[in-house]
Design a protein around this ligand. Structure first.
Ligand code: SF4
Length: 160
């Protein structure tokens, strides 16, 4: 028997399509990945303010003409030829605070909702789908990882 693993990289602005077919999602703003997560975590709990804005701007099922105005993300994309020193999303971000103007937030690995609660104290590493990355000063990198009984542990910085 021959196993063939196929992956599809889909680049789109249509979050409805993403919700239907994607397992993992990377959200880009101004040419950089600002959030990466399993599709389930991303749609259930967006962390980056840009992702949250995109989800708010989606047409909800059953909406009809004139029923409800779509929410827009105010402002426009930054000038990438002379970018500001801080977070590129800062001029449009509803959550902007002091550090955002000083430097660009790094993309750090955090742990998604699937690894919280009772699963957080498990000696087993979270499933790969639990890892998510966010580039926003509101979120810190994953805390020290729990160790497995054999001492091998797992590395939260390994990414997904
Ligand atoms: S780093 Fe600051 S400006 Fe950038 S998305 Fe996060 S809160 Fe908003």
């Amino acid at each position: 028997m021959i196993w063939m693993w196929r992956r599809i990289l889909l680049i789109t602005h249509d979050l409805g399509v993403v919700a239907e077919i994607a397992d993992r999602v990377a959200v880009m703003y101004a040419g950089k990945i600002v959030e990466e997560a399993s599709a389930r975590d991303l749609f259930r709990e967006p962390r980056h303010p840009y992702t949250a804005g995109l989800l708010r701007s989606m047409r909800k099922g059953g909406a009809t003409r004139g029923a409800r105005r779509l929410t827009v993300i105010e402002g426009s994309v930054p000038d990438l030829l002379s970018p500001a020193p801080g977070c590129l999303f800062a001029p449009r971000c509803p959550d902007v605070f002091d550090p955002c103007a000083e430097r660009h937030p790094p993309l750090v690995t955090t742990i998604g909702p699937a690894a919280r609660g009772p699963a957080a104290s498990s000696p087993d590493p979270p499933a790969d789908s639990a890892f998510r990355k966010v580039a926003c000063f509101q979120f810190d990198a994953a805390p020290e990882a729990p160790r497995s009984p054999d001492g091998a542990g797992w590395d939260p910085e390994r990414g997904r």
